[in-house]
Design a protein around this ligand. Structure first.
Ligand SMILES: NC(=O)N[C@@H](CC(=O)O)C(=O)O
Ligand SMILES: [Zn+2]
Ligand SMILES: [Zn+2]
Length: 347
């Protein structure tokens, strides 16, 4: 790593939580991620979801064929856990060498989660096998109980689901995805080596005021929803702590412009275009640029037991204006901060 006040060079980073979608949408967004990251954990919440190893391998081939000539990128595939995922499927996933994790969506918690898990105890055969073969479980950690306030759903998930699960499966590798609260940051800090978390750039940079600044701003709406400032500060502290159990996951989640700017807009922020610039800004604001390389390029592969990347990227302090929108298949997508000036640029 090399840092000057106006530039930083780090080992090529990875994105440990990414939505690429499929078809023409995927072909449009993939080059953005491939420019920034060497590898990414690709989420399985397609329609229909990627529930089998065969589907994951076919999806991987579609991603590789959509990669523009001359670009290098390795998609790390995942399976979508259901109430009925058989233990055999976990073994097939492990043996494939291309499926690196299994994703738990509580049914109804987020985009394309309808086929998700209704009760985690129904998955114990699969989870037990995962624990045995060292296959990480990635968790969207929000309860779906409509009685629970949307801002409390992550904290309640820790007590109702995460703690009992960790008690029953102590050796299972678990990544608490896109954490948004002080409670989650604290829970992960105090857990053992088998528990980690990803943190998005937008949850490091913004609190919930951003969604309502001067009117409702749908491009800042994602799940779990942005929280109050004290939570943002706790996430920044965790990210810059140097702990190997916090690492980068953009949760870049492209939705067509008209489905976000809508009376019932979709959840998800599109950050694949400028993710490393946003993380640089967040770490710079915290006076911790020297911690960016660990978070972006080292802690993730170490936790997953993969080699670190070769090569480097350089970010420079340089103001530039993001495009207001980008073509995406036959539609368009508005990147987070679309049309605004940001402070860092990737060379
Ligand atoms: N984060 C989001 O708000 N949306 C994600 C789903 C998810 O990661 O929960 C999506 O697929 O659009
Ligand atoms: Zn999620
Ligand atoms: Zn996601």
């Amino acid at each position: 790593m090399q840092t000057t006040p106006n530039s930083i060079t780090i080992i090529r980073p990875d994105d440990w939580h990414l939505h690429l979608r499929d078809g023409a949408t995927m072909a449009s967004v993939l080059p953005h991620t491939a420019r920034q990251f060497a590898r990414a954990i690709v989420m399985p919440n397609l329609k229909p979801p990627v529930t089998t190893t065969a589907q994951a391998l076919a999806y991987r081939e579609r991603i590789l064929s959509a990669l523009p000539a001359g670009m290098r990128f390795e998609p790390l595939m995942t399976l979508y856990l259901t109430d009925n995922t058989p233990a055999d499927e976990i073994l097939r996933a492990k043996e494939s060498g291309f499926v690196h994790a299994v994703k738990l969506y509580p049914a109804g918690a987020t985009t394309n989660s309808d086929a998700g898990v209704t009760d985690v105890r129904k998955c114990y055969a699969a989870l037990d096998t995962m624990q045995r073969v060292g296959m990480p479980l990635l968790v969207h950690g929000e309860v779906t109980d409509p009685e629970i306030d949307i801002f409390d759903r992550e904290a309640v998930f820790i007590d109702r689901i995460m703690k009992p699960l960790r008690h029953d499966m102590p050796e299972l590798k678990v990544v608490f995805e896109h954490i948004t609260t002080r409670e989650a940051a604290q829970y992960v800090s105090e857990s053992g080596p088998a528990t980690a978390a990803t943190i998005t750039a937008h949850h490091l940079l913004y609190n919930r005021n951003e969604i309502f600044k001067g009117g409702i701003r749908p491009h800042y709406y994602c799940l779990p929803v942005l929280k109050r400032e004290t939570h943002r500060q706790a996430l920044v502290q965790a990210a810059v702590s140097g702990s190997g159990r916090f690492f980068l996951g953009t949760d870049s989640a492209p939705h067509a412009r008209d489905t976000k700017e809508n009376a019932c807009g979709c959840a998800g922020c599109y950050t694949a275009l400028h993710a490393m610039e946003l993380y640089a800004q967040a770490f710079d604001q915290a006076g911790a640029l020297d911690k960016l390389e660990g978070f972006a390029s080292i802690h993730g592969p170490d936790f997953y037991g993969m080699p670190r990347n070769e090569g480097t990227i350089t970010l420079t302090r340089e103001r530039w204006t993001l495009p207001a929108e980008l073509p995406m298949g036959s539609a368009t997508v508005v990147p987070l901060n679309g049309g605004e000036v940001i402070d860092w640029a990737m060379a």
